[in-house]
Design a protein around this ligand. Structure first.
Ligand SMILES: [Cu+2]
Length: 365
């Protein structure tokens, strides 16, 4: 009893000292702290202050920067180099290079050491049709060991777990039959796994069903987070890496056009993520493995590497938010806007509308 009351008293005293010490910093240096936060502050729609503009700022380090354009990534699919096989099926070959020395400025003044597949986070969206032979020529140009582990069905030796590929040019060829149809993540599977994933070694693998899907404006959204101060909590969240990007640069779509989004949750540390769409509901196909939707909803919840396909059309033009309904995540960057135009006006809208610049969205500016 005596021991435990002594411990409680000690903890209280230490806590008081810590509070006084931290508070005194504000009294001694109030102006410098204020100036710093004003310089890089961003006010979200709920009034929270976040240090970002949603822009990719020219980084200070020019030698090993990560160049990434979320708008280009959104609709960019890598079908590989194709050739026919003797049995009449298709071989798709890809070359994927891992590196771990890139620097990216994730928010003004906040630099992060990104680990990359083909120079970006996420890596390229690898796309094949069910039954195709996928061959990945994997080269590890990093300083650490890395692999590629695909979710899906394949032989054990193609699983990218036990066949570790050494840095400095190590190579491995992954080969398997694409399947099942759906949307799957791929990521490095070297230990400590958390470290290799959160630094950015992940991407999306889409397997199209043999019969195809209905034509649509197709997009990929990887929900990710970044722990920039290494305390195993994320400081920023995003759809496709750059916080607030699609809020400042709305995604332009047309009314009455089918939109199909392949969404993959790669957020670590936080047990769940979610996705809410405004002014609409979407059909949702978990993992994309069934051609019949499981839900018609405006809200899905995703744990680590959970993913699926969303399909919807907008009936009315205008601006619609999409974001994590976990408000902490949306206020730290995981928020975007669909700018919906009437189909006929779409092309002229892209050329002339001030809203298309993203400055007229009314949020955070
Ligand atoms: Cu790795």
């Amino acid at each position: 009893m005596k021991q435990s009351s002594f411990n409680s008293r000690s903890i209280m005293i230490f806590s008081l000292i810590a509070v006084v010490a931290i508070s005194s910093v504000f009294f001694v240096f109030p102006e410098s702290i204020k100036a710093q936060s004003e310089e890089k502050a961003f006010v979200t729609h709920s009034g929270a202050v976040v240090r970002t503009t949603g822009e990719i700022i020219d980084p200070l380090y020019v030698e090993a920067t990560m160049e990434f354009d979320p708008m280009e990534y959104l609709r960019d699919f890598d079908y590989g180099t194709t050739s026919p096989l003797p049995d009449g099926t298709i071989l798709r070959e890809y070359t994927i290079v891992a590196e771990d020395d890139k620097i990216m400025e994730i928010s003004p003044g906040v630099f992060y050491n990104a680990w990359t597949f083909n120079g970006s986070v996420p890596g390229p969206t690898i796309r094949a049709t069910e039954g195709d032979t996928v061959r990945i020529n994997f080269i590890n140009n990093g300083s650490k060991e890395h692999t590629m582990h695909f979710h899906g069905i394949h032989p054990a030796e193609m699983d990218g777990v036990f066949e570790v590929v050494g840095g400095g040019g190590g190579q491995f060829t992954y080969e398997f039959i694409a399947g099942p149809a759906g949307v799957h993540p791929y990521h490095c599977h070297v230990m400590p796994l958390e470290e290799h994933i959160v630094h950015g070694l992940y991407g999306v693998f889409i397997v199209d069903p043999k019969e195809g899907r209905e034509p649509a404006d197709e997009m990929v959204m990887v929900l990710n987070g970044f722990d920039t101060d290494f305390d195993t909590e994320n400081n920023f969240y995003a759809a496709n890496t750059i916080p607030f990007y699609y809020q400042h640069h709305p995604i332009q779509i047309k009314t009455n056009e089918l939109i199909r989004i392949y969404v993959v949750n790669m957020v670590e540390f936080d047990p769940i993520n979610n996705l809410h769409l405004h002014g609409n509901l979407y059909k949702y196909y978990p993992t994309g493995t069934d051609l019949v939707p499981s839900f018609y909803t405006d809200m899905i919840t995703l744990s680590q590497t959970e993913r699926g396909i969303m399909e919807f059309e907008y009936q009315y033009p205008g601006k619609y938010l999409f974001h994590a309904h976990k408000v902490e995540f949306s206020e730290k960057g995981w928020v975007g806007i669909f700018l919906v135009s009437d189909g006929d006006d779409f092309d002229s809208q892209q050329e002339t509308s001030p809203a298309a610049t993203g400055d007229a969205d009314g949020y955070g500016t």
